[in-house]
Write a protein that binds this ligand. Structure first.
Ligand code: DAH
Length: 336
């Protein structure tokens, strides 16, 4: 009769302890069965008085034996849940792993590096200059006198009347020619700043400047260089067209148009049905600029060009608003 009660407790304990998943589960069960206050074994012991006097010693011994049995079960269960915490027993090594988020290059960085590689393959060096520039290098030595409209505070972020955020990468032309004698063959990629903000303008954007100075450099070299460059960049045959223009530091100057890389020249929304894309400025280095850096314009000629990396990235990746490039929205960035 008593045996049944013992077996019943044993079976319930075995079930409870098997389903314990954590240390606190186990300690809970331990309290319920062997706890000094109202534990199941405590209550069993309390029923001793209902047991026939001659059976009491055996009953007492059986309770004690059950107690050490349950305590052993608790110890084993504790060892099990502590082990599980260290190396989850339910680990299924055949499940696909968690893929960590990997960073990757920004579209502007990718395009900049591609541009650099193309020019490096043509023997150019990559030059840099300060983003906080002085008015002499950004304007004066580029033959842009104090009364020139681009020097207006409407266009330029001034820090002091003489110090500003460079509005173009062209000052790197001056810094390069101050530091080195021809032959010079450089590009200068970098950030530039202007007080401008709309669908295709951001107050900070990226340009690449190019400068070649040597004996006998002509506008034909300029056009051939740009044609090769754009073909390599967009992976297709392109034509480059020069439209007469004006820049203070080049003479003659030209606006560069490129066969529309979207429609191939037949006319589309991106090229406004013209078949051409306006893609940058260029020209022959103005002799006045050579004057500022002490290069003899009778002995040397040079060409220069400037283009926007943002515009190229937008064309290459079909991005319709320059802001996407600078919002750093991962849903956008992840697509590259
Ligand atoms: N610096 C000019 C701009 O920001 C672009 C440019 C035009 C650069 C003609 C040149 C050049 O080197 O020859 O609008």
């Amino acid at each position: 009769m008593h045996q049944e009660r013992f077996d019943d407790i044993r079976a319930r304990f075995a079930e409870d302890i098997a389903s314990a998943a954590s240390e606190s589960d186990v300690l809970d069960i331990k309290g319920r069965y062997t706890g000094k206050k109202r534990g199941i074994l405590q209550e069993l012991m309390a029923s001793l008085k209902e047991v026939a006097p001659e059976e009491r010693p055996a009953f007492g011994q059986a309770v004690n034996a059950l107690k050490s049995e349950l305590e052993q079960g608790v110890d084993e269960a504790l060892a099990r849940v502590r082990d599980a915490k260290r190396a989850p027993a339910g680990l299924d090594v055949t499940l696909p792993g968690l893929r960590p988020d990997l960073g990757h290059l920004h579209p502007i960085t990718r395009v900049r590096r591609e541009i650099e590689q193309i020019f490096i393959s043509m023997g150019y060096a990559v030059a840099t200059g300060p983003e906080v520039e002085d008015a002499y290098h950004n304007f004066e030595a580029l033959n842009t006198p104090a009364d020139h409209p681009s020097r207006d505070i409407q266009d330029t972020f001034y820090i002091t009347p003489d110090v500003l955020l460079r509005t173009q990468t062209s000052p790197v032309q001056i810094r390069t020619m101050e530091a080195r004698r021809p032959p010079i063959k450089i590009i200068a990629p970098g950030r530039v700043f202007r007080r401008d903000d709309d669908v295709s303008h951001s107050p900070m954007f990226f340009q690449v400047e190019g400068l070649v100075v040597d004996r006998g450099i002509t506008m034909a070299h300029l056009k051939g260089t740009l044609t090769h460059f754009y073909g390599a960049l967009f992976h297709r045959d392109v034509e480059v067209r020069f439209r007469p223009s004006f820049f203070p530091f080049t003479e003659p100057s030209a606006e560069t148009d490129l066969t529309c890389v979207i429609c191939g020249g037949s006319g589309c929304a991106v090229c406004k049905r013209t078949g051409w894309l306006e893609i940058g400025g260029c020209g022959m280095v103005d002799p006045a600029v050579f004057g500022f850096v002490g290069i003899d314009p009778e002995a040397y000629t040079g060409f220069a060009f400037g283009l926007g990396i943002d515009r190229i990235a937008m064309l290459k990746y079909g991005i319709d608003h320059i802001r996407h490039l600078y919002d750093n929205d991962v849903r956008f960035l992840e697509q590259f």
